[in-house]
Structure formats: C-alpha cells, structure tokens
Design a protein around this ligand. Structure first.
Ligand SMILES: Nc1nc2c(ncn2[C@@H]2O[C@H](COP(=O)(O)OP(=O)(O)OP(=O)(O)O)[C@@H](O)[C@H]2O)c(=O)[nH]1
Length: 343
C-alpha cells in the first residue's frame, strides 16, 4: 500500500496477462515467495467451470481470490470492481487484511483493452487501485503460432510494460530469436526478460510504470467501446470452447497417459490447453498435469490436497470446440476413465 499526499490509501495493481499456458501461474508462484510481495492480494480469473490455478498458489501471507465467472475481459464490469472492493473491505474490517498491492492474473484468452479501461476509468477502482504495471508472459515454444493466429496474443504483447519470455529452456535458439523479433515488432518499448520456470526478481515486475490515463484509454479503444448499457463489447473468443471433466474414483496412471496422448494426437493443433489436478491410483497426493498444443509438461505432485475434495478435475480448452465435440466425446467415452462432464 502507498499513500498519496491526500493521505488516502492506494494499492498498486499489476496486471499479469499472457496466452494460455504461457507461464503466468508459474511466474506468480515464484514471485510471491519474494519478501517484496508481502501483502499482495492475487485475483485469478480462469476460463472454464473449474478453477485450478488458485490451488497451485501456496501463500505464506496475503489472499488469493478466484473470480469465478468466465473470461475477465467479458465479465469484469461486475467482477473486478466487486473483487477489489471486497479486498478494500477486508483491509478496513476487523480482520485487517494485510493489503499492500494487487496482482490480477487474467485468463490466457483475455483481450487487455477492456480490462485496462476498467482499471483506468471506473471511479470505484481507479483512484484506490492505480495500475502500476502490465506484465505479459510470452511462451517461447508457442508464441509464433499464437501471434500468427490470435489477435489476443498480439494485443497482450503490445500493451505490456514488461514482456517475460518463458520456456526458453525448451525452445531452440532460432525460435527464441524469432520470438524476440516478433515481440519487439509488436512492442518496441517493452523490455524482454527471459525467465526459466518463473525465476525472476519480483521488483522488476511490480515497479511502477506510471501508466498515463490517456495511454490506457488509447489502448482500451482499440478493441471495444462501451455500449449505452455499459457492457463492454469486443471480438468474442471465436469458436473456443472449454470442457471440464471430473472423476470420482482414483485414475490409473497408464489410463490417464493413454487418454492424454490420444487427446494430443487427435487434437494438438486446436488443443489450446489442458490442465488438471488428479487423484492418481497409488498416490496420496494430487498430481498436476499441464499441456499446450502438443507439449506435455512434467507432472507435478502437490504437497497436499487443497481441499477435502479428492475428485480429479481436468479442463480442456479447444479451438473449434463445437465441430470437434463429437470426436472428443468418443475419446472421453473410450478412455476407461469414468469422467463426468462438469461444464
Ligand atoms: N520448462 C519450462 N516449463 C515452464 C516454464 N514456464 C512454465 N512452464 C510450464 O508450463 C506449464 C503451464 O504453465 P502455467 O504457469 O500453468 O501457465 P499459465 O499461463 O498460468 O496457464 P493458464 O492460466 O492456463 O493460461 C506448466 O507445466 C509449467 O510448469 C519455463 O520457463 N520452462
């Protein structure tokens, strides 16, 4: 928290954007361990019926809040001010939340303009929660495909104050160099920091970039103008759909890997993301799996189940979902896992 000359509290906001699976949560998990991040409230917004990221963030202090209703750029009119206001009330209230700053992690599909506009122009937000920096994660493995095919990816890079280039340990040098060129073409002013598995000095990301309101307004106007009813309009996430699966019984690892391999084999070009927290037969602890297109990442075992609930949960995000739903249902049905569809 900082105070302005008027003595009123201010909680600077860092907006963390970046395409699906580009390393936002990995970055957050690391920087939240830094003493400079004490008193940071994290607002997480996830697409799909099942939120997973907030379970992956272990906190020593501070607050992690999952904003529940779909993609923030479409719903933030209600959600963002409410969530920020709830934090302000907790800071004012008897439990006196240690609130010093806020980080908002958006979904990978968020177009940043409407979110920036809300932060800059909503009077209930802008004065107490000034925007201090916009950080965009860019996935060295997948960014070229993403910037070619998705407007969201280009806009996220273009509005950033800092670009964090992730997964350079996985991409080859030529690809990484091409991604750097692409990034500086889209945003010549933002420094690009190459980061492996989220390891970066938090202070570099939260430093105040003194975003001017006019600058934010200019961005906000790129992808949508407020309609008379106050809704924000912008290009929808064309054709992208999510499917959330749940299973009650522990899953055999072999059945799971066969299912995920089938998923990647059949759907990789349009498989934008899968991630899950799973109850695997033989493990008392939850196993986390991640994939982006055809890239599987090493499964991780968490130190504890986040809640009493031991169900497995897996979220799939696919381009052209409607056209592929039947094929996907067949794969799910033949997986040997008793999946039920949660949404
Ligand atoms: N090898 C390697 N893996 C990484 C790096 N950054 C992230 N990952 C892995 O990439 C996968 C996705 O990372 P996340 O941090 O969940 O990505 P995200 O942007 O939060 O994903 P969404 O919220 O679903 O959009 C995880 O398995 C991470 O461990 C990196 O620099 N190197």
């Amino acid at each position: 928290m900082s105070s302005e000359p008027d003595g009123l509290p201010r909680w600077p906001v860092t907006l963390l954007i970046g395409m699906l699976g580009s390393g936002k949560t990995t970055l957050l998990r690391h920087i939240l361990l830094d003493p400079a991040m004490r008193g940071t409230a994290v607002l997480i917004n996830e697409i799909g019926e099942i939120g997973i990221d907030h379970h992956l963030i272990e906190r020593i202090d501070g607050e992690t809040v999952l904003m529940r209703s779909g993609c923030l750029c479409c719903t933030m009119r209600a959600d963002l001010p409410q969530s920020l206001n709830a934090l302000r009330r907790r800071w004012l209230g008897d439990d006196r939340l240690d609130l010093r700053r806020v980080v908002i992690e958006t979904t990978g599909l968020a177009v940043p303009g409407p979110i920036l506009r809300e932060l800059a122009t909503n009077p209930l937000v802008a004065s107490d929660f000034p925007l201090s920096s916009v950080v965009a994660t860019v996935d060295a493995q997948h960014a070229l495909r993403q910037t070619r095919s998705r407007e969201e990816a280009r806009q996220q890079i273009a509005v950033a104050d800092i670009v964090v280039l992730t997964k350079t340990d996985l991409a080859n040098k030529a690809t990484t160099a091409a991604v750097r060129r692409e990034v500086s073409g889209l945003n010549p002013r933002a420094p690009v920091i190459a980061v492996t598995s989220g390891v970066v000095d938090a202070k570099r990301l939260i430093a105040d970039h003194d975003r001017k309101e006019e600058d934010i307004r200019a961005w906000a106007d790129v992808d949508g103008a407020p309609d008379p009813l106050g809704h924000v309009t912008h290009a929808p996430h064309n054709g992208i759909g999510t499917l959330s699966l749940e299973a009650r019984d522990p899953i055999a690892w072999a059945a799971l890997t066969a299912f995920l391999s089938g998923l990647v084999g059949e759907f990789a070009p349009s498989l934008l993301r899968f991630k899950g927290i799973l109850n695997v037969l033989g493990s008392d602890l939850p196993v986390v799996v991640h994939g982006v297109h055809d890239a599987f990442y090493p499964a991780e075992t968490l130190e504890a189940w986040p809640t009493q609930d031991r169900n497995s949960r897996l979220v799939l995000i696919l381009d052209r979902m409607a056209q592929q739903r039947e094929k996907l249902s067949r794969l799910i049905g033949s997986s040997g896992i008793d999946w039920s569809i949660a949404g």
